[in-house]
Write a protein that binds this ligand. Structure first.
Ligand code: CAA
Ligand code: NAP
Length: 246
């Protein structure tokens, strides 16, 4: 029986690459799409044409009850989740002067509450079975802060606090919990940055002089999910072209 990997936000730029990589390694891949997503079926069809038999379920990761209903359905129809990749996320960039409650909460609930909402549904099962991998996709901007991102930087930094605390609690039960902090990767999230800001303020700060590729992050997810990574827990792994070193 192949292991089951659930990747939230698998239809986005990073998520799709993670789904494809995990499928190539033999996992049964399950992904989620947000309730407002109108193109999920087309995405599944196009993946099928490329030979990928993914399953997809609606889930608002920001909402506990939606996460619970989603995982109940996945467990019933596919099986228990062995690898959870908390990847879904959003930005609502604005200077703190302009930041309002709505955009603060949207980012905190989608990027940080989601980590609790999803992990809560699968963690007990992993402990009972004595094996599990939880991989949280944070950001370089959670490590170093970023102009216009008080909400996002706070949420992404919070994810790693969650990782470290939970890693301690489950370390003796075969379950690892890790954070990946990607730098700027060429997906639609980064393409939403004004071009002049990208060219003048961001790319020059990346020693490699380029954006990262989704496949480069997917390879790291695959490693953290593997048997070889069994001794690696509570870590925050940077993958950012040298932009930020700790
Ligand atoms: N660093 C330093 N200064 C910056 C800056 C940055 N990254 N971004 C903007 N500024 C400066 C501008 O140059 C400008 O300076 P001047 O007034 O001296 O000309 C000033 O801030 C105001 O900029 P805007 O005119 O753009 O102001 P705005 O209110 O319209 O927009 C903003 C502000 C929303 C922050 C916009 O500049 C922006 O979107 N910046 C990019 C933010 C960003 O990098 N987001 C990362 C998204 S990708 C991601 O999050 C993925 C990941 O995890 C890595
Ligand atoms: P993306 O292409 O915009 O994809 C984001 C995904 O999140 C989408 O699939 C979206 O689902 C999903 N999502 C958003 N809100 C959701 C909700 N409420 N419920 C369920 N799903 C929701 O972005 P990306 O670049 O692939 O980013 C993926 C993750 O990597 C994010 O957590 C991001 O913060 C992080 N990250 C990205 C970069 C980068 O440079 N791109 C760098 C560091 C970290 P639908 O499409 O179904 O709406």
């Amino acid at each position: 029986m192949s292991r089951i990997a659930l990747i939230t936000g698998g239809m986005g730029g990073l998520g799709e690459a993670i789904c494809i990589k995990m499928a190539a390694l033999g996992y049964q891949v399950v992904t989620t799409y947000s309730p407002g997503n109108k193109t999920w079926k087309e995405w599944l069809d196009s993946m099928k044409q490329q030979g990928h038999n993914f399953k997809a379920y609606p889930c608002d990761v920001a909402d506990f009850d939606s996460a619970k209903a989603c995982i109940e359905q996945v467990t019933k129809e596919v099986g228990p989740v062995d690898v959870l990749v908390n990847n879904a996320g959003i930005t609502r960039d604005m200077t703190f002067k302009k930041m309002d409650k709505v955009n603060w909460h949207a980012v905190m609930s989608t990027n940080l509450d989601s980590t609790f909402n999803m992990t809560k549904q699968v963690c007990d099962g992993m402990l009972d079975r004595g094996w599990g991998r939880i991989i949280n996709i944070s950001s370089v901007n959670g490590q170093k802060g970023a102009f216009g991102q008080t909400n996002y930087s706070a949420a992404k930094a919070g994810m790693h606090g969650f990782t470290k605390a939970l890693a301690l609690e489950v370390a003796r039960k075969g379950v690892t919990v890790n954070t990946i902090s990607p730098g700027y990767i060429g997906t639609k999230m980064v393409m939403a940055i004004p071009q002049d800001v990208l060219d003048s303020k961001i790319i020059p700060q990346i020693p490699m002089g380029r954006l990262g590729k989704p496949e480069e992050v997917a390879g790291l997810v695959a490693y953290l999910a593997s048997e070889e990574a069994a001794f690696l827990t509570g870590a925050n792994i940077a993958i950012n072209g040298g932009q930020h070193m700790q």
